[in-house]
Design a protein around this ligand. Structure first.
Ligand SMILES: [Mg+2]
Length: 123
């Protein structure tokens, strides 16, 4: 399965990509929502996107709204990766079509648990 990690922090992308690669995902990365939309034109059959909230160019909320405008991306699960201070806004993202969220700081186990909830566990 393929996953896209979208975050303007390289350190955060590396952590998330490491977890996903470790359980067998093919992982792609993007620095912001715009770059992620470009990637999604090329990478087909994307099962999952992990979406940061605060990013330049296009933030996570705008990205979710854009993706959910397209039927072609209906099969892609969207999980927000958010800080506690952004929690109030998570409801907005879920309304816009995000499927799950995870709060920073997270552990590998929490990510795996969320993937399970989304029906994306690989084992
Ligand atoms: Mg950020």
């Amino acid at each position: 399965m393929k996953a896209l990690v979208i975050d303007d922090s390289k350190a955060m992308r590396t952590i998330l990509a490491g977890i996903l690669t470790g359980i067998g995902f093919d992982v792609f990365e993007a620095e912001n929502g715009l770059e992620a939309l470009e990637q999604m034109k090329k990478v087909t059959d994307l099962s999952l996107a992990l979406v940061d909230w605060n990013m330049p160019e296009m933030n996570g909320y705008e990205f979710v709204r854009k993706v959910r405008e397209h039927d072609a991306y209906r099969g892609t699960k969207l999980m927000m990766v958010t800080t506690e201070t952004e929690m109030a806004q998570v409801a907005k993202a879920l309304d816009a079509g995000a499927d799950e969220y995870v709060m920073k700081p997270f552990t590998r186990d929490i990510i795996l648990e969320k993937l399970d909830l989304l029906g994306l566990s690989l084992d």
